[in-house]
Design a protein around this ligand. Structure first.
Ligand SMILES: *Cc1c(COP(=O)(O)O)cnc(C)c1O
Length: 219
């Protein structure tokens, strides 16, 4: 664990009013406790079982975000533990989240994950699919979800121009969607973008939530 890197990240963030999510996947209880003692309260996990287990270990005191892909049959288990689900990539997944949130009488905060990378392996909705998704009647009927914004992962490349253009594309889509679907909703306000290798570019391009793992825990 590297407190200097942690402080450097916070310093870089401060002019932007963005928040840091420390990605604690594969990290131990003690490692997370150490980072918590530095003052960090928000953690991200990419697997449901791990998120649930860690939430229990840490006595429910931390804010957990799910950043990895979510299977429908796991939704039940994470509501209402999870503060924000970053990885909604289908209408049917959102319907399941809505259904489980209704049972718990909560409104679940979600981000729509957008495929901005050129890599086949990266998941998410295509920019062209999002509007169809938001125009769907089924979407309008869901009362127990709150769409807080968009999430995207840039291509894993050394080419910073390409990374910048992908984050820019996410920001443009965000502005577009906000204007067309959420103009009266100040809660549609988040762009989750940027990881250890590319977060300075993401901040420049309008990210409000950055997700950092290896830089803080060491690879
Ligand atoms: C692992 C992971 C991160 C953090 O990546 P680092 O390069 O370790 O900072 C961020 N977002 C998602 C979705 C991840 O799976």
């Amino acid at each position: 664990m590297n407190i200097n890197n942690y402080r450097n990240v916070l310093d870089k963030l401060s002019p932007y009013r963005a928040k840091l999510i420390v990605v604690s996947k594969y990290r131990s209880f003690d490692e997370i406790e150490t980072v918590k003692n530095w003052g960090q309260n928000i953690f991200g996990e990419n697997r449901v079982q791990e998120l649930i287990a860690k939430n229990e270990l840490h006595g429910g005191n931390l804010e957990w975000h799910l950043i990895g892909s979510l299977q429908k049959n796991k939704v039940k288990a994470i509501i209402p533990i999870v503060k924000l689900i970053h990885s909604v990539d289908s209408l049917s997944l959102l319907q399941e989240i809505n259904k489980q949130a209704e049972k718990h009488e909560v409104v679940q905060e979600c981000l729509l994950q957008i495929k901005i990378a050129k890599e086949e392996t990266k998941q998410g909705l295509l920019p062209s699919e999002v509007k169809a998704f938001l125009s769907d009647e089924t979407f309008e009927q869901m009362k127990n979800i709150q769409i807080r914004g968009l999430m995207g992962m840039a291509t894993n490349t050394e080419d910073s121009q390409q990374i910048r253009s992908e984050f820019k594309q996410l920001r443009i889509l965000f502005d577009d969607i906000k204007q067309d679907y959420f103009s009266n909703n100040p809660l549609f306000s988040e762009i989750s973008a940027g990881m250890s290798d590319d977060f300075p570019i993401a901040l420049d391009e309008g990210s409000t939530l950055i997700r950092i793992g290896s830089l803080i825990f060491n690879p």
